[in-house]
Design a protein around this ligand. Structure first.
Ligand SMILES: [Zn+2]
Ligand SMILES: [Zn+2]
Length: 247
């Protein structure tokens, strides 16, 4: 019996590592509940907490309110909430959450997303995760955006709808495409199962990372097409936009 318990503990430890190590680098942290990051990681500027675009959460120079990107192109979503910068160890942790069974990272990251949303005092009716195409879902075994959505649902006391927005077609790799090319690439890959349901609703769409914002924007654009009253979007981390645009 003891052996079974111990084996169970080993498995649980592998799935959900003890909450006393920095979730980015594995160093010991003194007060994990208050800060799951060590002082070393904190000194690397992991938070997206400096001056930001009021619409898309893009880090911008002090004194500015809207980023150049939002000035040029109309976004379908109303506001974005991304508490971290997509770089260095945060980027590695998100890749682990996505592709390396790092499910245990979702509750911690979701806490920071929830705090950002609460701090901004926006209200919404339902949470929708950015969907994965079924083949990708079968290969990965889980949708990381759904894990984050479920945690946010618990923290913010909101229902999560996982069968409303579907990915019906695979889009080709987005990595080297700019915003406009990504929008083109995503066109026709998403579908709503109940178009009347979203009417007059305020919706929070959740993804793991926001690079150009094209994926979240494509979801928002479809929801707005069917007359939902507001679309907010949230991702763990934001890729500062000028880096993407220079490509
Ligand atoms: Zn660390
Ligand atoms: Zn912006």
């Amino acid at each position: 019996m003891k052996i079974i318990t111990k084996t169970k503990d080993v498995i649980l430890e592998a799935l959900f590592p003890s909450s006393i190590k920095c979730i980015l680098c594995g160093r010991d942290v003194p007060d994990f509940e208050n800060s799951p990051f060590c002082s070393n990681c904190l000194s690397e500027g992991i938070f997206n907490d400096a001056n930001r675009c009021v619409y898309c959460d893009n880090p911008i120079l002090d004194g500015n309110k809207v980023c150049d990107f939002c000035k040029e192109k109309h976004k379908s979503f109303d506001k974005a909430f991304c508490p971290f910068i997509y770089t260095g160890k945060v980027r590695s942790a998100i890749l682990k959450l996505k592709d390396d069974n790092g499910r245990y990272l979702a509750p911690t990251f979701a806490k920071y997303m929830a705090k950002r949303i609460q701090d901004e005092k926006v209200d919404f009716d339902i949470i929708i995760p950015v969907p994965l195409y079924k083949k990708k879902l079968a290969k990965r075994g889980y949708n990381q955006s759904e894990l984050l959505s479920n945690e946010l649902g618990k923290l913010l006391d909101k229902p999560v709808c996982t069968d409303l927005l579907l990915k019906i077609k695979e889009s080709s790799a987005q990595k080297n495409l700019n915003f406009a090319q990504r929008q083109q690439n995503l066109a026709g890959t998403l579908s709503l199962t109940d178009k009347n349901f979203v009417k007059d609703k305020k919706i929070l769409v959740v993804d793991d990372v926001m690079t150009t914002g094209a994926t979240l924007n494509a979801c928002a654009s479809l929801l707005k097409h069917y007359h939902c009253s507001a679309v907010y979007v949230s991702a763990i981390a934001r890729n500062p936009l000028e880096k993407v645009d220079k490509k």
